[in-house]
Design a protein around this ligand. Structure first.
Ligand code: DAH
Length: 336
């Protein structure tokens, strides 16, 4: 056999295989088709493979290439048949009795859901979102916020220090000062973020948790703006008929300081009761000055709340630790 005979045989075999498969009815089972194909090609393919060695060395390369092409075109013809078959019958071995796989639906964490919802309400009221660092300096976390130098919150047993002057922020209030340094009033921002305290991890405390800070500063801003805005927030978040009340409270960075309580049903069968949901107040003039603004010209109000506690009151959760467990049986309830 010389090269041209070899190539002619290879071409002929490819053509016959294609013709065989193209001529089969789609109802032919795939293994039957393969059986017929093998009967046609196996011996001749083996002969062609053996024939390679019989060829003169200079022809082997061309013949080897033709042999490989032949095998490929047989496989392609077989694939084409299988495709024609499944297109015609519309079945690729479907077992309609097999139980369906459960569909896994992810969800946002309940605390994230609450934060998103609160940010959305305040966005409608004219607030944007601001962020600050979790590793803070003592000045931003305490000094600029009018904490006296010997305030107990600054003690090592309450605050996690990273170094001489750096610490893990104990609240999101430092974002107030950072925002006022960066943007000229009017300022209306919401600052959600993680905060850290040296607390035991029990049913009502976690050493790391989210807070949500709010700040509004401009000329002529008064306590009326604070009350109106926060009460409107509560109406939108808890429902229009829910009652709210304000009472006095103390934080060094506000004067006067207040807290807002909302009547909520904790889902424990005891009905509505007053729950404190945030601390607030008029920004202390010392804080306005620390940020480099004129406290005679600018006034403002601020608030801080714990979205975890709000999520707990909303969803009837009585142990804060489930918010940290990452147990999908708990978390998947919030998928929608
Ligand atoms: N930073 C306070 C805390 O961690 C919460 C707070 C209270 C923030 C009153 C405020 C505020 O902005 O006006 O307990």
């Amino acid at each position: 056999m010389n090269l041209s005979e070899y190539l002619a045989q290879a071409n002929a075999l490819a053509d016959e295989c294609r013709a065989l498969l193209a001529g089969l009815d789609v109802a032919t089972r795939l293994d039957t088709a393969k059986g017929q194909l093998n009967a046609l090609k196996d011996d001749r393919l083996a002969a062609l493979q053996g024939g390679l060695r019989a060829l003169p060395a200079e022809d082997r390369r061309a013949a080897g290439g033709a042999f490989n092409t032949l095998k490929l075109s047989i496989q392609e013809a077989l694939d084409a048949f299988a495709q024609r078959q499944s297109a015609a019958t519309g079945t690729t071995a479907i077992d309609a009795t097999m139980p369906a796989r459960g569909v896994w639906r992810g969800s946002l964490h309940p605390v994230t859901l609450v934060i998103d919802e609160i940010c959305e309400i305040f966005r409608e009221l004219g607030f944007t979102v601001a962020l600050g660092p979790e590793a803070e300096t003592e000045w931003y976390n305490f000094g600029a916020l009018n904490f006296p130098p010997d305030h107990p919150a600054m003690e090592l047993h309450d605050t996690l220090y990273l170094g001489e002057d750096t610490l893990l922020r104990t609240h999101t209030s430092p974002v107030q000062v950072r925002t006022l340094q960066r943007y000229a009033p009017p300022v209306r921002v919401l600052a959600p973020g993680q905060v850290y305290r040296r607390d035991f991890f029990d049913a009502t405390h976690a050493p790391a948790f989210m807070q949500l800070e709010g700040l509004a500063v401009d000329e002529g801003v008064s306590f009326v703006d604070l009350k109106a805005t926060l009460a409107e927030f509560a109406r939108r978040f808890y429902g229009a008929t829910r009652r709210v009340r304000f009472g006095p409270s103390y934080f060094p960075f506000v004067e006067p300081g207040a807290q807002m309580d909302v009547e909520v049903d904790l889902g424990d069968g005891k009905g509505l009761r007053w729950v404190e949901i945030l601390g607030c107040g008029m920004v202390h003039p010392n804080v306005i000055e620390a940020a480099g603004l004129d406290s005679e010209k600018y006034t403002g109000w601020a608030f801080g709340m714990g979205p975890a506690r709000i999520a707990m009151s909303r969803y009837g959760i009585n142990d804060i630790r489930v918010l940290y467990d990452s147990d999908v049986r708990f978390l998947e309830q919030f998928a929608r």
